[in-house]
Design a protein around this ligand. Structure first.
Ligand code: 5GP
Length: 187
């Protein structure tokens, strides 16, 4: 059940749980173990895309047991509210160089794929050792471009989701689970 105390808007926005806290925790642990094994001995730099990715990142890093660095990017994408246009502006960039590092993007959700395609292409021009992607959620029905997701949490249906870092008009980021909203919000 939506946690009305934590998020009084949960009932107003008619949220329905889609992925539980436990499912997220278990899957995150599996991803962390795989990342730890794959990057053992490498210079790993996790890059999180704000704001939506912050909860997943915080949980994921604590399941990774090899040394790593963290950095953040913030982007603004143009288009209607729930529609990415593919035109992405980096509004806050990484704080340091990535040359020679193994960059792993940690993203909340890959929808059309346009945002991650842009960001991965951008980072590749900075000469990292390699660039990969870890995404908690993927909506294949909305795909416009192919983005290889090296570490994927869950494939979900074509519904607008909130919680666990994801918002609707800046609300619901603090829900500890992923929920769908009854109707796709207006653009
Ligand atoms: P893409 O460029 O892949 O279409 O969009 C990626 C971004 O769109 C995500 O990082 C996220 O900010 C936003 N987004 C896409 N689908 C959803 C969704 O179902 N819920 C929320 N809250 N944001 C979404």
């Amino acid at each position: 059940m939506p946690n009305a105390k934590r998020d009084p808007f949960a009932s107003i926005d008619r949220l329905r749980p889609l992925i539980t806290e436990e499912e997220i925790r278990n899957r995150t642990r599996e991803l962390g173990a795989k990342i730890s094994a794959d990057y053992k001995g490498s210079d790993l730099l996790l890059v999180s895309v704000l704001k939506g990715g912050f909860v997943f990142l915080a949980d994921l890093v604590r399941t990774i047991d090899i040394p790593l660095e963290l950095d953040f990017m913030r982007v603004r994408s143009y288009g209607a509210r729930s529609e990415s246009s593919g035109v992405v502006e980096i509004t806050a960039d990484l704080t340091g160089p990535v040359e020679g590092k193994h960059v792993l993007f940690v993203e909340d959700i890959v929808d059309t794929g346009l945002t991650m395609t842009y960001l991965m292409r951008n980072i590749k021009t900075r000469h990292p050792a390699d660039v990969r992607l870890c995404a908690l959620l993927y909506k294949p029905e909305r795909k416009l471009v192919d983005v290889p997701i090296d570490y994927l949490g869950f494939t979900i249906p074509n519904q607008f989701v909130v919680g666990y870092g994801l918002d609707y008009a800046e609300k619901h980021r603090n829900l500890p689970y992923i929920a769908t909203m009854d109707d796709e919000p207006p653009g």
